[in-house]
Design a protein. Structure first.
Length: 112
C-alpha cells in the first residue's frame, strides 16, 4: 500500500482534473481540508463557511466516486466538532458525550 498527496485548490471544482489519471487507484481518503474565516463563532456560523467547506469536500469525493474504487473516507475534525465554539466542553471530549444540535447558517442542522 502506498500513499501520495495531491496539491490542489479544493474550492475549484476542476482542481482534481489534472490528476484524473491517478484517481482510479484511490481506495482511501483522509480529508483534513478546512476553510476558516475570521472570528471563532462568527466565522463558524456564517453562511459562506458551511458552503465553502461542503463544496471542498464535494469537489474531492464526487470525482472519486465516479472513477475510483473508493472504500474508506476519514474526515478529520478538531474541537469545533464537539462545539467548543458554542459552549464549554469537558476535557477530554468523548464521542459518548451528549450531542448539541445547532442550526447552521446554511439552514442545515449540525449535531456536535
Amino acid at each position: 500500500m502506498s500513499s501520495a498527496g495531491i496539491e490542489a485548490d479544493l474550492r475549484d471544482p476542476a482542481a482534481l482534473a489534472p490528476h484524473a489519471e491517478h484517481l482510479h487507484d484511490v481506495t482511501h481518503v483522509v480529508f483534513a481540508a478546512l476553510h476558516e474565516q475570521p472570528g471563532l463563532v462568527a466565522g463558524w456560523t456564517s453562511p459562506e463557511h458551511g458552503e465553502v467547506n461542503h463544496s471542498m469536500l464535494r469537489h474531492v469525493i464526487a470525482p472519486l466516486c465516479s472513477s475510483a474504487d473508493l472504500s474508506h473516507i476519514t474526515l478529520l475534525q478538531g474541537g469545533k466538532a464537539y462545539g467548543v465554539h458554542l459552549h464549554d466542553v469537558p476535557i477530554p471530549a468523548r464521542e459518548r458525550m451528549p450531542a448539541t444540535t445547532t442550526r447552521t447558517s446554511t439552514g442545515s442542522r449540525r449535531t456536535t
